[in-house]
Design a binder for this molecule. Structure first.
Ligand SMILES: Cc1cc2nc3c(=O)[nH]c(=O)nc-3n(C[C@H](O)[C@H](O)[C@H](O)COP(=O)(O)OP(=O)(O)OC[C@H]3O[C@@H](n4cnc5c(N)ncnc54)[C@H](O)[C@@H]3O)c2cc1C
Length: 414
């Protein structure tokens, strides 16, 4: 039976999340600790403690790891509510990249790795990164991975350079993708490594900041170096730590640092990507609704040519197009989630969702800017920030064109 109703307990939790975000989190949106490189770690910790006090922290985690073990559809309902403010998911510890990393680690990490690397992220005490994209080519096409790992039978040595690595500055749990070169001990190919880093605070003037090896300890502590060259200046500012350019310089890792099996990184990345691209859709849906609510209020109260602007058909059609898009996006997300909850990989449907939702929500944000007139491009409201931040959504976790390319191949295969 197809059922679109939201159970009463889930609806109550959704309302609680929405109210929490409006009452406790929205007031932080103008906090100076929301920097051009995203909220800083001090602010993040403060927000996390607010969510913890309300028992709203990391609710998506599996029950055995302390969460509520939400289904994908349940996540869709709650993340949409959390997304009302871009700081909502940060507070509730369901923002990227931690959310996707937690999902991946809960599926692939062994018991020791869960204890050491995943639990501190789940409890909100530590942040994580997923380091895959490279300036040399590995982006949409991870097959071009140029970061290498060699293995001498005891230790791995990783060398290479990455960019656009979200949260690199300040993260402690590092998932690094590197190509394991041929060796007599282990299967070669793209491999995920899990290690600990302890980055020093970013300082624009201080030049490259090196992950301090001294602070890392234990069997997986890197003996070589992770160098954060810089934090990139980007259009968006909703991700904690911004996006880093990172270099691995003879980073030495023990055998236990392999996540899962060697040579399987691309398979694990896919495992992470399908749900992760949907959770982006869920959070941005909440943000787009916020933008629409501001535009609607403006259309009701701002007058032009003798009546509220919303009564001019041109403006009401913009709002109507938004309403249609928001509804269609929600249904598209729910359907892909429902498939995953019913045991399907939903790769095709999650590609459809990611490409269409990112494009449509960006148009929603753009129309909201238009309805607001001149103030739409100012920071008098959060609409400007939502519009700017949402631009990147059409690129990460698969640019629209790449998803369409995959959808096209699927269609042609019949
Ligand atoms: C805000 C943000 C955060 C990010 N965070 C991370 C992170 O934490 N970790 C990480 O590893 N990476 C991260 N990334 C990188 C992201 O995964 C890549 O940007 C994305 O995979 C696209 O790769 P690229 O940037 O190298 O673009 P490219 O792959 O070079 O693509 C450039 C253009 O070519 C198009 N194109 C490519 N292939 C095809 C095709 N087959 N058909 C049609 N068009 C095609 C693309 O659509 C795009 O328009 C982040 C990116 C952004 C913007």
């Amino acid at each position: 039976m197809i059922d679109f109703s939201i159970p009463a307990d889930l609806a109550a939790e959704r309302d609680r999340v929405r109210q929490f975000v409006i009452d406790k989190i929205v007031p932080y949106e103008r906090d100076p600790r929301v920097t051009s490189h995203g909220p800083d770690d001090e602010l993040r910790q403060e927000l996390v403690e607010l969510a913890r006090a309300e028992k709203l922290l990391t609710v998506q985690a599996p029950v055995e790891l302390g969460g509520l073990g939400l289904t994908h559809v349940e996540q869709a309902v709650l993340y949409e509510a959390a997304g009302w403010s871009t700081l909502g998911p940060v507070a509730m510890n369901c923002a990227a990249p931690d959310e996707g990393n937690m999902f991946l680690l809960s599926k692939v990490a062994d018991a020791r790795q869960i204890d050491r690397y995943l639990m501190p992220v789940i409890t909100g005490h530590q942040r994580s990164v997923f380091a895959m994209t490279e300036p040399g080519g590995a982006g949409s096409d991870p097959g071009q991975l140029a970061t290498t790992a060699t293995f001498d039978g005891e230790n791995f040595t990783v060398n290479g350079r990455k960019w656009l690595i979200t949260g690199a500055n300040g993260a402690k749990t590092w998932i690094i993708m590197a190509r394991l070169e041929a060796n007599p001990h282990l299967p070669e190919g793209p491999t995920l490594f899990l290690t600990e880093g302890d980055a020093v605070p970013d300082s624009a003037s201080a030049g490259p900041s090196v992950v301090t090896q001294a602070a890392a300890s234990g069997p997986d502590a890197p003996a070589g170096g992770i160098v954060i060259e810089r934090t990139m200046n980007t259009m968006d500012r909703n991700y904690v730590g911004g996006h880093g350019v990172v270099r691995f310089e003879n980073l030495t890792l023990p055998r236990e640092s392999v996540l899962g099996e060697t040579g399987q990184a691309l398979r694990y990345a896919q495992l992470r990507l399908a749900p992760a691209r949907l959770t982006h859709c869920m959070r941005w849906l909440g943000a787009a609704e916020r933008a629409q609510s501001i535009a609607v209020e403006h259309a009701r109260t701002r007058t032009a040519f003798g009546k509220p602007i919303g009564e001019h058909e041109g403006v009401s059609f913009l709002l109507a197009d938004n309403e249609i898009a928001l509804h269609q996006c929600r249904l598209t997300i729910w359907h892909a989630c429902w498939l995953m909850d019913n045991g399907h990989k939903a790769r095709h449907e999650s590609s459809i969702a990611k490409s269409s939702v990112s494009e449509e929500l960006f148009k929603v944000a753009d129309r909201c800017v238009q309805v607001l007139g001149g103030i739409g491009i100012s920071d008098e409201t959060v609409v400007e920030m939502i519009f700017r931040d949402m631009r990147a959504f059409r690129l990460y976790d698969g640019p629209t064109e790449v998803h369409k390319w995959a959808i096209g191949r699927h269609v042609l295969r019949g």
